[in-house]
Design a protein around this ligand. Sequence first.
Ligand code: AKG
Length: 306
Amino acid sequence: MLTRAQTDCYQENGFLVLKQLLPETEIEMLRQELNWMINSAPIHLGASENRYNQVVEHPEDYAFTVLDPDSGHQVINRISNPLARSEVILRTYGHPKLLQAVTSLYGSDFVPFAESIVIKMPENGAPFEWHQDGNFKTGVQPVRGVNFGIYLYPSTQDNGCLHVIPKSHRWGQANLKSMAEKHGPRLPNSIPVPVAAGDVIVHDRNLIHGSFTNTSPDLRITVYFGYHRRDTVVDVFTPEHIRQREQVIWLAIQHRAKSNLVTEEEDGLPMVADEQPFSLGQFQSEMSHFSLEEKAKILRAPPLAI
Ligand SMILES: O=C(O)CCC(=O)C(=O)O
């Protein structure tokens, strides 16, 4: 659970850094998984094969930045649908500390919004323009969700760390085009948020944020998990769609419990036998077991994008 000081800080500033929320062993497993996912990515945007001539399922999950239109040189910048692609990431999704932190902010009635992985490759990491998340098209609601960004490596100004304008989550929809025209790329009152590996940056989706290019030799990877308060999405999406997204939490907790039993017996992997699984409260009894097909469908249900 977060402390009162932490939740107050989040409400006040629109963001919060949770230092060393996840243990190094878990972060190392994610690093190894991402290393493999990046290595086995499609060779370029639209390709269905990777560098080992293997077919990549759902190659559209991978996004690239075109560095040189003439040579077609591209660099990977994002992987979507990570819970469907990786059991290691699904296991982390069920981490009780993460889900308890969400509960501290939104209460127990929250639903998953979307997940993705931002990758800034050394020397060539793409910038993210200043933005507020989502499109505001469903009506500007004061609460439009929260993103948790788990950092697998240290993030610094050199490797393109996140920048934010504290307190801007209270401004409603900002005119970022005119702000950029007036002030250039460094917006007034914006600050960098450098973090260590294992830290988590929690930010309100209304907060103005962005990041600059990675010009350093260091990789930056952030695993994003986003959540909504249920009452903000019930009138926007069908109950079936919301239900599917909610079932992701149950799948992750189940998967974590199973894989913790296995990892306990193996050398060198984390011992988490004493971990208390996150409790789904009133929904736990309603959740059933799913076939592989049902599981695949749940893990690929579209984001609850507002
Ligand atoms: O992690 C970053 O640098 C920014 C990512 C972001 O804001 C987004 O994916 O919308």
